[in-house]
Write a protein that binds this ligand. Structure first.
Ligand code: DX5
Ligand code: ZN
Length: 230
């Protein structure tokens, strides 16, 4: 069974580049361009039903696990019903699977299944979803994902109102003494990383802001420095 999900020692914020923004014909060389600066690798799985786009399947996760045995694979599944897709991503080698609260009628069961499988369990909410949907599972989720764009595409604009949800969840976590991490995903980059971090976010996903730049490694370093100024 995996131990509690924690921030790496001395880190205020983890950065998880989203491979959705990588060059599909050169994913491996794009990962090398991260120069070891990424804390996690974020893999977006889209079903063309829960979200209006298709992306990768379990074979990418399996190939990443084979190539990078020690990488933390943060697998964000935007698929419905989420429970039908767990086994294939567990066996592919995900470190953490995050399911959307809106994409299952059985959020508790899904999170329990992930924990029983010995991997970390995350619960996500869309910008239009109230944080109340997460309340019944706060004690068991390893990670809460507050979407800062409507899921489906990379390169969208950050929705600033979502910061309030992160702030409230972070305060609630504090007052209840819970150990889960809070992640935000979508439209994040050097411009807003300080605000994201100041709101109480522990893991920032960034796709376009990292991979669509000349030096992805430099952008991650810059984001880390800027996050300290929140
Ligand atoms: C959106 C995905 C995000 C996306 C982030 O549905 O869940 O992970 O790849 O990409 P950027 O950082 O470009 O908004
Ligand atoms: Zn994502």
């Amino acid at each position: 069974m995996a131990g509690p999900l924690q921030l790496k020692k001395g880190k205020k914020l983890l950065i998880a580049p989203s491979l959705l923004a990588a060059d599909v014909l050169n994913i491996e060389s794009d990962i090398e361009r991260l120069g070891g600066e990424a804390d996690w690798l974020h893999v977006d799985i889209m079903d063309g039903h829960f979200v209006p786009n298709l992306s990768y399947g379990p074979e990418l996760v399996r190939a990443l696990r084979r190539r990078y045995p020690d990488a933390f694979l943060d697998v964000h599944i935007m698929v419905e019903p989420a429970e039908d897709f767990l086994d294939m991503f567990i066996s592919a080698g995900a470190s953490l699977i995050t399911v959307h609260a809106e994409a299952t009628s059985h959020l508790h069961r899904v999170l329990q299944k992930l924990k029983d499988a010995g991997i970390y369990a995350g619960a996500a909410i869309n910008p239009g979803t109230s944080k109340e949907l997460l309340m019944p599972v706060l004690h068991m989720a390893d990670l809460l994902l507050v979407m800062s764009v409507n899921p489906g595409y990379g390169g969208q604009s950050f929705i600033p109102e979502t910061l309030d949800k992160t702030r409230m969840l972070s305060e609630m976590r504090e007052s209840l003494g819970l150990g889960c991490l809070i992640e935000m995903d979508g439209g994040i980059g050097p411009k807003n990383i300080a605000q994201v971090s100041a709101a109480g976010c522990d893991v920032a996903v960034a796709g376009s802001a990292v991979f669509r730049q000349a030096s992805p490694a430099a952008v991650i370093k810059e984001m880390r420095i800027l996050s300290e100024r929140g």
